[in-house]
Structure formats: C-alpha cells, structure tokens
Design a protein around this ligand. Structure first.
Ligand code: SAM
Length: 371
C-alpha cells in the first residue's frame, strides 16, 4: 500500500470521543453555524460495504479481500439511527438521505425506512426521505422500499455503454440490471428519480451525450458530478476533472439548455432545462464552483460519527452518547453545540489554493460517510 493510501482504521482511531459533558444547553431560536448556515439535511450511512469497486471511490487494490470492514456490532442499529435522527429533526433537519457503502446491502433496510418515516418535524410534518444507491439491487427492492415509506431515489450510473460501465464498477456488473432497477423504481412511483453520473475525463466523458439523450424526456433528472478529491485512496488529479462549464458547452451543442433558479436553499446541483421541454438536468460542481456557503448538510457515519463535511478528517462520536446514559435532549444539545462551532468550507478553500496540492491530507473515505 503506497503513501497516499490511508487505511480507514487509522482514521477511525483518531476520531474524537464525545461525552455528556460536551452537551451544552440548546440555544433558543434557529440553529446556525459560525457562517450562519442552518442544519437541514442529514445523510445517514447505513453500511461501509459496497458490491462495486468504482476506482474513484473504493478502488479494488485498496478495498480488497484483506480490507477489514466494520463488524456488525459497531454499526448503529436501526433503533439507534432513528433515535439520533430524531435529535437532528428537533434541531431543524427536514431531509434524510440513506447512503453508504451500498445502502441496499443493509439487511431489512425497509424496516429502518418505516421507522424514519414515522418521525415528525416539530410542526407535525413528515420528513423528506430518500436514498442513494448504485441500483444493483433496486429491481428486487423497489416495491418494498416504496411500501416502507421511501419517497424517491437517486441512482448512480456512470455510463450507458456496457463495457465502460463494467470497467468503472470494476466488478463486471452489467448496465442492463441498473437500468432495470431504474425502471422498477419508476414503476412503483419512487419519484422524482435522479441519476448521478460522476464524470471522469478520459474515462467516461464520451458517455455524456448518450446519457443525456437516454434520459431526456424520461422525467428522470440526470445530474453530472465533477470527479472529486474525496478520501485518500482514489489518486485524484485535477486534469481528470471535466469542469461543469465545459460540460454544459458540450451538451448545448446537442440541445439548447437554459439555467433555472434553485428550487431550494442549499441545493447541491445547479439546475438547467431543455428549452424545448425535454426536462431538466443538474450540474454538481463541487470542484470548480464550490457551494460551501449554502451547505446545510451533516453526515452520520455507519458507526455513529458526526461529520460536518464530505472532506473532513475528524468526526464526533455520537454512538458513545447514544449507547451511554445520555438523554435525547443531551444528544440534541451535543449536536447543536457541534453545529454551532462549524466553520469549514473545504471546497471553497481548495478552489483558492492549488487543488492538486490539497491531496494527501488525511480525509475520511466516501463509502464510510456516504456521498
Ligand atoms: N453506493 C451508493 C451509490 O453508488 O450511489 C451510495 C454511496 S456512493 C459513495 C454515493 C455517490 O458518491 C455516488 O453517486 C458516487 O458516484 C459518488 N462518488 C463517490 N466517489 C466520488 C468521487 N470521488 N467524486 C464524485 N463523486 C463520487
């Protein structure tokens, strides 16, 4: 294993434990961090395992047979996730996204969705619950997920060409099965469906137009994600990023597009629509046009660490509180205290310095805290 490959176990040991004593009283009024950002969106990673080995996320050479995944006892149970989520909801969270690893690998995930769907905001409203998946098990699970209370899904799909797709997932998984999963999700009414395509220059940028043409007019929103320097294992290089500005130029040559206003505050994707009514696309430009200023997201790792940024190297141990003697109020107060201290804006700072130079810092892996 080379210098740039930081074993996840090292990071796990370096995480800060939290105690009940850290729980400062909840402030009255709206919760905001040091940059004035509210807490609205919680991403919950339900497993650190994945059945794909996409080189930009869980490269095979690093996450091979000798890699030690978390033992089941380390994972937050469904009850623990629900209790923690309830504390986040009390503080302003309105959207929950289940992710991973591959979330559909977690056994009986429908049960967790049922439990989360029963939560209510302080105003008595249900939450917006969604899930990000690689789609490999979606055809089998779509109906059960819908029945459990899942409203919509985001499916990751990097190419339509079968050979390119199999190479990118690096486990020879056929694209037809993911497309079948998307159809199944559509058929059961998991809507609106979003499809996320990570664009890596020289690897799948020639798939841009085939993907755009395939999803145009389908009601599915295709979103193009700039290849990001998350984690420490993917050997990221700036020259493999296709800037969104260039990407939109290429798409415009095929079909006229116009920019739309954001639908919600803190939205990650810049929205565009086909002028002739063929639907919408999204651009997620976290490398070339950082959107930290609007970030209202927190991330709960598989083993109950709270991460404030996708690019963080440290998390806060909520599991110790959840498994210890802390009351719900103390857990909420601890989360509020952490959020109030938040001042990170990694992507903006990375844009300001040499992006390649920012590599090599210790950062948590994406499959551990979810995308
Ligand atoms: N397994 C699920 C999936 O495939 O959607 C959920 C977890 S995955 C980590 C979440 C998203 O992160 C996927 O859309 C994936 O393509 C994206 N992702 C992972 N590594 C990335 C990177 N280096 N740059 C941009 N997106 C990345």
């Amino acid at each position: 294993m080379g210098e740039s490959y930081i074993p996840l176990s090292d990071l796990r040991r370096s995480l800060r434990p939290l105690s009940v004593a850290d729980a400062t009283p909840l402030v009255q009024g709206p919760l905001a961090d040091r940059l004035g950002r509210p807490l609205r969106d919680l991403r919950i990673s339900v497993t650190d395992r994945c059945n794909f080995r996409c080189s930009y996320c869980m490269p095979k050479e690093v996450f091979d047979k000798s890699h030690v995944f978390l033992p089941h006892s380390a994972l937050l149970s469904f009850e623990e996730i629900t209790r923690t989520a309830r504390a986040f909801v009390a503080l302003g969270v309105r959207k929950l996204r289940l992710t991973g690893g591959e979330p559909l690998l977690r056994k009986n995930l429908e049960r967790l969705i049922e439990m989360l769907a029963s939560l209510r905001t302080p105003e008595g409203q249900p939450l917006d619950i969604t899930l990000t998946t690689n789609g490999s098990l979606l055809a089998r699970k779509a109906q059960a997920l819908k029945d459990a209370g899942l409203q919509r899904v985001t499916v990751s799909l990097d190419a339509l060409d079968d050979a390119v797709f199999r190479r990118m997932n690096d486990v020879d998984f056929p694209v037809a099965e993911v497309l079948h999963g998307i159809e199944a999700a559509q058929a059961v009414g998991l809507a609106p469906i979003k499809v996320n395509m990570v664009v890596k220059r020289g690897t799948n940028d020639h798939e841009l137009l085939p993907m755009a043409r395939h999803f145009r007019g389908s009601g599915i929103v295709l979103r193009f994600i700039e290849y990001m320097d998350v984690g420490a294992t993917n050997g990221w290089r700036m020259d493999e990023v296709l800037p969104s500005a260039r990407l939109i130029e290429l798409l415009q040559r095929d079909h006229a597009l116009e920019a739309l206003d954001p639908a919600a505050e803190g939205e990650t994707a810049e929205r565009w629509r086909y002028v002739d009514g063929g639907g919408e696309i999204g651009l997620i430009s976290s490398v070339t046009q950082a959107f930290c200023r609007d970030c209202n997201r927190a991330r709960l790792s598989t083993e109950g660490r709270l991460f404030l940024c996708l690019f963080a190297s440290n998390g806060h141990d909520l599991r110790a509180m959840v498994r210890g003697a802390a009351s719900d109020e103390q857990i909420a107060a601890a989360i509020a205290g952490i959020w109030r201290q938040r001042a990170d804006r990694y992507s903006e700072l990375r844009s300001a310095v040499d992006a390649n130079a920012a590599q090599g810092e210790r950062r948590v892996e994406m499959h551990y805290i979810g995308g």
